[in-house]
Design a binder for this molecule. Structure first.
Ligand code: PEP
Ligand code: MG
Length: 591
């Protein structure tokens, strides 16, 4: 399956999750599993094994904090968060106590750490929660890092640029490989949302995931050709195949160069129909990357990062600073849409004490939290008012998971109460807050005309709108075949939302992954969407695709897409249009 776009042909490096204990990855084409001594002497486990475990864990924590800092410097806030979380895992008292208890019971220190990490991972993996399940791999990776440090060995690295083949690749390996050494990632497991894949996308490294049987099939192979956009893999390609992939790589590089040359231009078709191109960000550290990518503003500022990995909810004061930083980065002329915390569903918060739910995605999520945790949303709204006042901007705010008119009204009430509370404290305040809703529940799409009468804008969350329309849990890989947002059922709802919004004269944005897929962007624009918000890395491709077509072609594409009967047919229509106009715009992995 496609993971991250890009084409490469290169030698194979097998990553075997080495801990220095004898499972070094072997490589072909001259590369070998380098297993260097980290220091001149390894720590003396025998004298005080418990102290050796704790010392190695401390060192692992420091290394991971340094990795987080490096990611932050690169403007990769999401990835920094992965390593912050791993740093916390490394020094987690429960993990270390379990490892020390293993030693005291007579086990080998390294085996005790591995067992403690495996037990913690198993507990996480058993939770019905995509994010927590992904952390299972992270905690095993932390255990391996501690063991490596105890054994005084460095991480296995290829010694020449190579494509990594593995069951799964820990994000820290992808991040720690010196730039240029990792040409691509081909995983037997993983998914398009696995941490290593998110990271590789950010670093521009192609990835293919879910390649069942790959590790065994790669047996004695020395070279691999891969295309991260189509998900194709060829082991030991013959000269013709090598030439074909090399041709694709060259064409892609040329397309990317051409697309990047349009940066700085606003989103528009060849005949001047405008669409506003915005960025999705997950924190203030990502603002600079979005601006560099030519984002005209922020269409989705996900704020969950403030609420995760904590023992208690962030205070109002703690929230003001990150919001202010983002507002100031974009200034008063460019919109920044802050989304209220989308907690619940696959993002649980232990400190809220929410009851376990059989179907969390159909449960107490996002705006629905107001019933039992009203103060959580009220605090966030007060912090946004304050931050906007200090930055001198008019903020835009939206609530996720709005289902009914009562939800929208609740948002307006919370907004006004928050303003009154901040005004009473004498803070400078903007006159207004643009107040919108995410349309990601079918009921909201169906009631769009009525909702448009009470809010200032819509932002369609195609990720959730797809899962709720097709009744397919977005975190269930077995249902991936149902999760294409270009399904006509979803598109007909998008059309209904646009019609409802047009009646009241309010704008419609799309901030789900579909907006960052050039094919999806064309269809959405044809349906009348005014703004597209996507990861900064997707904006070049979307801008180029839109610039290559006319408004009449988009209208025709939308008309035919609405009449189609499945997502594959819609994809084909959009692909055909791009081929006809001779656009080089890359059609990336689907969203
Ligand atoms: C969506 O559902 O499309 C969306 C943008 O929100 P999230 O992916 O954060 O649920
Ligand atoms: Mg959503």
């Amino acid at each position: 399956m496609p993971g991250a776009g890009g084409v490469v042909v290169g030698p194979i490096w097998r990553y075997a999750g080495g801990t220095g204990g004898g499972t070094a990855g072997s490589t072909a084409a001259g590369a070998h599993g380098a297993r260097a001594r980290a220091g001149t002497e390894g720590p003396d486990h025998a004298a005080d094994p418990a102290a050796a475990i704790r010392a190695a864990a401390d060192e692992a924590g420091s290394q991971l904090e340094a990795l987080a800092a490096r990611m932050r410097d690169l403007g990769r806030g999401d990835e920094a968060g992965i390593f912050d979380a791993q740093a916390m895992m490394a020094t987690d008292p429960e993990l270390l106590d379990a490892a020390v208890a293993g030693v005291q019971a007579g086990a080998d220190p390294a085996a005790s750490v591995t067992a403690a990490a495996a037990a913690a991972a198993a507990t996480l993996a058993a939770l019905p929660d995509e994010l927590l399940a992904a952390r299972a791999a992270d905690v095993r990776d932390v255990g391996a890092r501690i063991v490596r440090l105890m054994n005084g060995v460095a991480m296995d690295l290829p010694d020449a640029p190579a494509v990594a083949i593995a069951d799964d690749l820990p994000p820290s390996v992808a991040a720690e490989l010196p730039p240029g050494l990792l040409l691509g990632i081909a995983l037997e497991g993983g998914s398009a949302t696995a941490h290593a894949v998110i990271l590789s996308r950010g670093l521009g490294i192609p990835a293919v995931v879910g390649a069942t049987g790959l590790v065994a099939a790669a047996g004695g192979a020395t070279t691999i050709a891969m295309d991260g956009e189509t998900g194709e893999l060829v082991l030991d390609p013959d000269p013709a195949e090598t030439a074909e992939f090399a041709g694709r790589a060259a064409a892609l590089a040329a397309r990317r160069l051409a697309a990047a040359s349009l940066r700085g231009r606003p989103g528009a078709t060849a005949d001047g129909a405008r669409v506003v191109l915005l960025a999705n960000i997950g924190g203030p550290d990502e603002a600079a990357r979005a601006i560099d990518a030519g984002a005209e503003g922020v269409g989705l500022f996900r704020t969950e990062f403030l609420f995760m990995k904590r023992q208690s909810a962030p205070t109002e004061a703690e929230q003001v600073e990150p919001y202010r930083r983002v507002f100031e980065a974009f200034g008063p002329e460019r919109q920044v849409v802050v989304r209220l915390a989308d907690i619940g569903g696959d993002k649980g918060l232990p400190y809220l004490g929410l009851a376990p739910e059989a179907n969390p995605f159909l449960g107490v999520r996002a705006i629905r939290l107001a019933a039992g945790s009203r103060e959580l949303l009220a605090t966030q709204l007060r912090a946004i008012w304050r931050a906007a006042g200090r930055a001198g901007v008019t903020p835009s705010v939206m609530a996720p998971m709005v289902t009914t008119l009562a939800d929208a009204q609740l948002l307006l009430d919370l907004r006004d109460e928050a303003r009154a509370a901040v005004a009473a404290s004498g803070e400078p305040l903007p006159a207004r807050m643009e107040t919108g809703i995410m349309v990601e529940v079918p009921s909201a799409a169906i009631m769009a005309a009525e909702l448009a009468g009470v809010v200032d804008f819509f932002s369609i969350g195609t990720n959730d709108l797809t899962q709720y329309t097709l009744a397919a849990d977005r975190s269930n890989p077995a249902l991936a075949y149902l999760q294409d947002a270009l399904h006509p059922a979803v598109l007909r709802l998008v059309a209904a939302v646009v019609a409802g919004a047009d009646g009241a004269g309010i704008p419609v944005a799309v901030c789900g992954e579909l907006a960052g897929d050039p094919l999806g962007a064309l269809v959405l624009m044809g349906l009348g969407v005014d703004e597209l918000s996507a990861d900064a890395g997707s904006l070049d491709g979307v801008r180029a695709a839109i610039a290559s077509v006319t408004r009449a072609q988009l209208a025709e594409l939308a008309r035919r897409a609405l009449a189609a009967t499945d997502a594959a047919a819609v994809r084909l229509l959009a692909r055909d249009l791009l081929a006809r106009v001779g656009s080089g715009a890359a059609a990336g992995p689907r969203g």
